[in-house]
Design a protein around this ligand. Structure first.
Ligand code: ADP
Ligand code: MG
Length: 343
């Protein structure tokens, strides 16, 4: 080999090495997740994303969530929702997103016989679920407050972009805003070409694609006590949203439990033999609204809703039994001590 040939071979080897290094670095970047955990909408939010622009995506997603919280919060005094709640019946100009969510919330109220109702705020407050002191109110107090409840009291003008409620009525997007924020997060990540991510907003989970390895994500369904798992679901590209009695509740002197999901018919916390109901579908907002409504209406009602509205699967935990609809049954592995029943 003459020296020219040696130089050419060395150059080719160096080039191959450089290309190899670049590919390696890119693949490491693809396979190393970016994770962001923060407190928002009264819960811990965690986003894990893979892909070249994951850092930018996480930054943007966090910003989106905080903008939405400033709009939806009932505790931030100058949020759009607080303005509506304190306007004494006047119309309030709001962000178009709030108009959209409110119209969607009203659709879910109609679809669920009023079980999902964003005017439950005065009732939640009465029971101390607004951050105040939890207590069991009297029947008179409940019937007084129920006069202000009812989704049909909400007026939305989607041309003028205004919303109003009568004096005494209050809006609370606690059972839908988190889901909407999660759908917005999914859109934000997808716009930055993220093809693999998992988003967990306090028990409401959305997945983009699968794990980078191609394997499904593994989602735990909480056990009735809330600390362990009743089993796991192996899933990709969908949302899994749970409503249950042990997310937030209080216990009276006799040991009776009162949960934070209110029955609009009674003005009282839902009493259910189910510890939780989980909805699996392709939108966290839909899952959020429906899981709350199904918790109010009960498992059998949820099954009949599903039979006329395809595209949703259900998991219900009742003690040591986990009920599953047939479309999700194969993805479920019960934890030790739990029995899976297909319904
Ligand atoms: P989580 O907040 O644990 O995810 P949900 O999505 O079921 O649970 O939302 C429950 C919250 O929604 C309550 O804390 C309250 O703010 C509000 N809420 C309570 N009952 C209802 C109801 N029947 N319809 C709509 N919102 C409700
Ligand atoms: Mg909900």
């Amino acid at each position: 080999m003459n020296s020219k040939e040696i130089r050419v071979i060395s150059a080719v080897l160096l080039l191959a090495l450089a290309i190899g290094m670049i590919i390696y670095r890119l693949s490491v970047r693809e396979e190393t997740p970016g994770t962001e955990s923060f407190f928002g909408m009264n819960t811990i939010m965690t986003i894990t994303a893979y892909g070249e622009f994951r850092d930018e995506a996480l930054y943007s997603a966090k910003l989106t969530v905080s903008e939405l919280e400033n709009m939806f919060s009932v505790t931030i005094p100058d949020s759009d929702v607080s303005k509506i709640n304190t306007a004494d019946g006047e119309s309030v100009g709001v962000d178009e997103k709030l108009v959209y969510i409110t119209e969607t919330a009203l659709e879910y109220s109609a679809l669920t016989d009023g079980a999902f109702d964003i005017t439950m705020y005065p009732v939640s407050k009465l029971w101390g679920f607004d951050g105040g002191e939890n207590r069991v109110p009297s029947d008179e107090e409940i019937s007084e407050v129920l006069k202000n409840v009812g989704y049909k009291k909400i007026s939305v003008d989607d041309k003028a972009m205004t919303i109003s409620v009568p004096r005494g009525t209050g809006l609370d997007y606690g059972a839908i805003a988190k889901g909407y924020a999660e759908d917005e997060t999914v859109r934000t990540l997808k716009n930055l070409n993220i093809e693999s991510a998992i988003i967990n907003f306090g028990g409401s989970i959305s997945m983009i694609g699968s794990k980078p390895s191609g394997k499904p994500w593994v989602i735990a369904i909480k056990s009735p006590e809330g600390s362990g798992s009743a089993g796991t679901l192996a899933l990709r590209d969908c949302s899994v949203v749970t409503s249950g009695k042990h997310e937030r509740f209080f216990t009276d002197a006799d040991g009776r439990e009162y949960c934070h999901i209110m029955d609009p018919n009674t003005g009282r916390p839902v009493e259910s033999e189910f510890d939780s109901i989980t909805v699996i579908c392709d939108s966290a907002m839909m899952g959020d609204a429906l899981s709350t409504a199904f918790y109010v209406k009960g498992w059998e009602w949820a099954l009949s809703y599903r039979s006329t509205h395809p595209g949703i699967e259900l998991v219900g935990v009742s003690g040591l039994t986990v009920y599953l609809t047939e479309g999700i049954a194969d993805s479920f592995t019960p934890a030790e001590g739990f029995e899976a029943v297909i319904r």
